[in-house]
Design a protein around this ligand. Sequence first.
Ligand code: SAH
Length: 351
Amino acid sequence: MTPLADLLLRRIRATGPITMADYMADCLLHPEHGYYTTRDPFGAAGDFTTAPEISQMFGELVGLALAQSWLDQGAPSPFSLAELGPGRGTLMADLLRATKGVAGFHAAARLHLIEASPVLRTCQAQALNGFPCTWLTDADHLPDQPLFAVANEFFDALPIRQFTRDPAGWRETLIGETGGTLTPGLSAVAPLAALSHRVCDTKPGDIVEICSSAAPIVEALGQRIAAHGGAALIIDYGNWGSKGDTFQALQSHVFTDPFAAPGLADLTAHVDFRALATASPTAHAFTDQGTFLTRLGIAARSARLAAQLTGDARENHLAATHRLTAPAEMGSLFKVLALYPANAPPPPGLN
Ligand code: SAH
């Protein structure tokens, strides 16, 4: 049993079953035993890999899209360049390298990284190689100024609650104990105002997930973008709307039982992009990752890099391009939601 499982079981015995959101929050960010607080989980030796870790092209193209959007809006200075959940800092390092040639962009940028994990903050500082940066724990603390932001695989890590539709209301998934192990079960039926808008598009037995911490974060980004200009690119796996059980655990690149080893596996859920878009006072645009990267010119960038490579390095690079864009790989499952001011064009790649 992991130390966190022991701690959670004791808590459940004392005060009763806990919500999936409480479970997820402790598994990921418990100060002593949390998954992200204690490790760097990325790469072949870790538990999962992400688009910026697959290829430098991802951060380069995201960076150039944000820089073009900054130019389209009159190159405001100063502005916040922000990333939520920057992981190893790879995306930001690639973004900064790719935008070096955009006149005035670096001089105007005030870099803010929103990161909860002390271990990953250290990795990010190394990746940034001296570029001045402020770390924040919360998007609410971003300054009131134009904001150009990116979040890749951040929102999937935020805790969700899960509800099963019943003819008379909803039953919430709660984590309790059976025979000394953590076991999910369903609460008694209750009506739920927060899900009243889902009664007409669900039937008894359907599962709906809500992520209550996501909306305030998107609102904090959207308010700054609506008031001062800017854009946010939110990239993740998920759909327009939430339906079905998408709660999952990954350990060493294999899906595992999310309740088997709390604190040792990455826990995520698919992102409900409709809920994010609804929370922002800005205009929004939505597409899939494959379309987004293709419109931004990944084919040309990939061919350019391939021309400098031979053998395995060339094969790996071409495989990475395919992985990021092909519909059967990350191209369709991953989506891009852009937030931007109603009086500005959407960031490149979105239309
Ligand atoms: N964007 C990176 C990493 C994705 S993993 C990449 O694409 O490789 C999720 C990241 O979000 C990690 O850096 C994790 O520590 C951070 N994170 C998760 N929950 C968070 C929270 N509530 N507040 C701030 N950062 C969080």
